[in-house]
Ligand binder design. Structure first.
Ligand code: ADP
Length: 461
C-alpha cells in the first residue's frame, strides 16, 4: 500500500506503521560484522532485539525459503544495520537464503534437549579420510556448547587439516533439539549423504578473501547491490555499472574476489580467460565471446569474469593483429548491447591497465577501476589466518611474526606457504601414514600439528 489515489507518490505518514506490522521480517546480511555468527548463532542489531523482545543468548526460530526452518542463538551486534540480521554462510544455506533475502525471525522458542540425534557426513567431504569422525569432529564440536540442531540442517566442522560437513538426518524427541551432554549423537559414516543440488554451498565466501576490506566493500556496492536490488536502481534512475576493472599483480585475489561476490549473491559465474579465448581459431573467439554474453543474460543475474583482459582487448593502435582488432570491437558491441536491466556485470582483471584499449575504459563500459594491490602486514596476517583455519597449529606458531616476515608476498604466495608447511609436516610423518592406503585415518590427521619450523621451512622454498 502507501500509494495515494492521484499521484502515485508514496505517503510516508504511515511508513512507521507498515514497518511495525512485521518487525520480525528482516533482510539477510553477511556474517562479517563486529560479531561473527557461527553455525549456531545469528547477530541482530540491539534495536531489533529490543523490538522483538529477544535477550542475549535467547533461541530464535528462523524461517527461510522452501519452508526451511532452523534455530539459533541471538547475539547483539552494534554493527548490524537496522532491519537486518547477520547470518553466516552455513545457516544461510540451511535456510536456502541469499544475501538481501527476507528471513522471518521469531522470538524465543523453547527447544527440548535431544535424546538422540543422527548425523551423517557428506560423501564428498570425507573422501580420502577414514576412522572415527565422532571423536575427531563431533565431540569437540558439541563440547561445552548446547548447540541447536534441526532435522535437515547441515553443518561444517573445521579442523584436523580437513573441514567435514555433516547432515542432520534425524532428531528426537522433536524436529529441533539442543545437543546436551546426555544426548546420544549417532554418526553413520558408513552411509555418507549425497548432496542435493540445492544443498551445494559451493564457491568461496567473503570470509575467504583477506587483506582487501576496502576494495571488497566497494565492489560489493557496485556489483552485489545492483544484482540483488535492480528495482532500487531503476527507481532512482541510476544505471549500475556494466563493467569493473580490477588491476593488480597476479595472485592478489582478483579471481577469488569476483567468485566470492558471485557465490555470496547467488549470481551465475562465468570465467573467460583472455589468452585462452584468443588462441582459438580465427573467428571462433568472437563467436565464443558472443555466446558467453548470451548465456550470461539467459542465466542472469550473472557475473562475467574476464581474466587477463588485456589479451582480449589490447590497445588497437598498438596492435597489428587483425583478430585482436575484431575481438575488441566485438567486446565493445557486446557491452554496449547489455540492457541496463539485464543484471549482467562484467569484471575484468589485468595486471596492465594501461595496455588496454582506451575505448574499453570509457563511460558505460569498464568505467570503474579498483586497485587490488600487494597486501600489507595486516592484510598478510588476515590471509594467513584464512589459509590456516583448518590447520591445527602448534603453540610455537606466531602468525603475526610470519605476517611481518613475508614482505612482498601476495595472497597466492601465502596460500602456497601454508600448504607447503602442511606438506612438510606430512613428509615428516610418513612413518605413521601408509601411502598404500586409500584413506588416512582421522586419528592420524588429528595428531598432526603444524609447527613454526614447518612454516619457516616453507618460507625458504
Ligand atoms: P588473481 O586472480 O589476482 O591472479 P587469484 O584469485 O587467482 O589471484 O588467487 C589465487 C589463489 O591465491 C586464491 O584461490 C587463494 O587461494 C589465494 N589468494 C590470493 N589472494 C588472496 C586473498 N586476498 N585472500 C585470500 N586468499 C588469496
Amino acid at each position: 500500500g502507501g500509494m495515494d489515489a492521484d499521484g502515485g507518490r508514496k505517503d510516508f505518514s504511515t511508513a512507521i506503521l507498515e514497518r511495525k506490522k512485521a518487525p520480525n521480517r528482516l533482510l539477510v546480511d553477511d556474517g562479517e560484522g563486529d560479531v561473527v555468527p557461527d553455525n549456531s548463532t545469528v547477530a541482530l542489531s540491539p534495536a531489533a532485539m529490543e523490538e522483538l523482545g529477544v535477550y542475549v543468548g535467547d533461541l530464535v526460530l528462523l524461517r527461510g525459503k522452501r519452508r526451511r526452518e532452523t534455530v539459533c542463538y541471538a547475539l547483539p551486534d552494534e554493527s548490524c544495520p537496522e532491519g537486518r540480521v547477520r547470518i553466516g554462510r552455513g545457516v544461510r544455506g540451511n535456510l536456502r537464503l541469499k544475501l538481501g533475502d527476507v528471513v522471518t525471525v521469531n522470538r524465543r522458542v523453547a527447544v527440548p534437549h535431544g535424546t538422540r540425534v543422527q548425523v551423517t557426513p557428506f560423501a564428498d567431504s570425507i573422501h580420502g579420510i577414514s576412522g572415527d569422525l565422532f571423536e575427531a569432529y563431533l565431540k569437540p564440536y558439541f563440547r561445552n556448547y548446547l548447540r541447536p540442531l534441526c532435522k535437515g540442517d547441515s553443518f561444517l566442522v573445521r579442523g584436523n587439516m580437513r573441514a567435514v560437513e555433516f547432515k542432520v538426518v534425524a532428531t528426537e524427541p522433536a524436529d529441533c533439539v539442543l545437543v546436551a551432554p546426555d544426548t546420544v549423537v549417532f554418526c553413520a559414516s558408513d552411509e555418507p549423504a549425497k548432496r542435493e543440488d540445492e544443498e551445494r554451498l559451493d564457491g568461496p565466501g567473503y570470509d575467504d578473501v583477506g587483506g582487501v576490506r576496502k576494495q571488497l566493500a566497494q565492489i560489493r556496492e557496485l556489483v552485489e547491490l545492483p544484482l540483488r536490488h535492480p528495482k532500487l536502481f531503476q527507481t532512482l534512475g541510476v544505471k549500475p555499472p556494466k563493467g569493473i576493472l580490477l588491476y593488480g599483480p597476479p595472485g592478489t585475489g582478483k579471481t577469488l574476489l569476483a567468485r566470492a561476490i558471485a557465490s555470496e549473491s547467488g549470481a551465475h559465474f562465468v570465467v573467460v580467460n583472455g589468452p585462452e579465448i584468443m588462441s582459438k581459431m580465427a573467428g571462433e573467439s568472437e563467436e565464443n565471446l558472443r555466446k558467453v554474453f548470451e548465456d550470461a543474460e539467459k542465466l542472469a543475474p550473472s557475473i562475467i569474469f574476464m581474466d587477463e583482459i588485456d589479451a582480449i582487448a589490447p590497445n588497437r593502435d598498438k596492435t597489428h593483429g587483425e583478430v585482436e582488432r575484431r575481438v575488441v570491437s566485438q567486446l565493445l558491441t557486446l557491452m554496449d548491447g547489455l540492457r541496463p536491466r539485464a543484471q549482467v556485470v562484467v569484471i575484468g582483471a589485468t595486471n596492465r591497465p594501461n595496455s588496454l584499449d582506451p575505448a574499453l575504459r570509457r563511460f558505460g563500459r569498464f568505467d570503474r577501476e579498483l586497485d587490488i594491490g600487494v597486501p600489507d602486514e595486516v592484510g598478510r596476517l588476515e590471509i594467513l589466518r584464512i589459509h590456516s583455519k583448518d590447520m591445527p597449529l602448534a603453540d610455537d606458531v606466531d602468525l603475526e611474526r610470519i605476517g611481518k616476515d613475508t614482505h612482498g608476498f601476495v595472497g597466492a604466495d601465502l596460500a602456497a606457504l601454508c600448504s607447503e608447511a602442511a606438506f612438510q609436516l606430512i613428509r615428516e610423518k610418513m612413518d605413521v601414514i601408509d601411502v598404500e592406503d586409500e584413506t588416512i585415518d582421522v586419528d592420524v590427521l588429528n595428531s598432526l600439528r603444524v609447527c613454526n619450523d614447518h612454516l619457516k621451512h616453507a618460507m625458504e622454498v
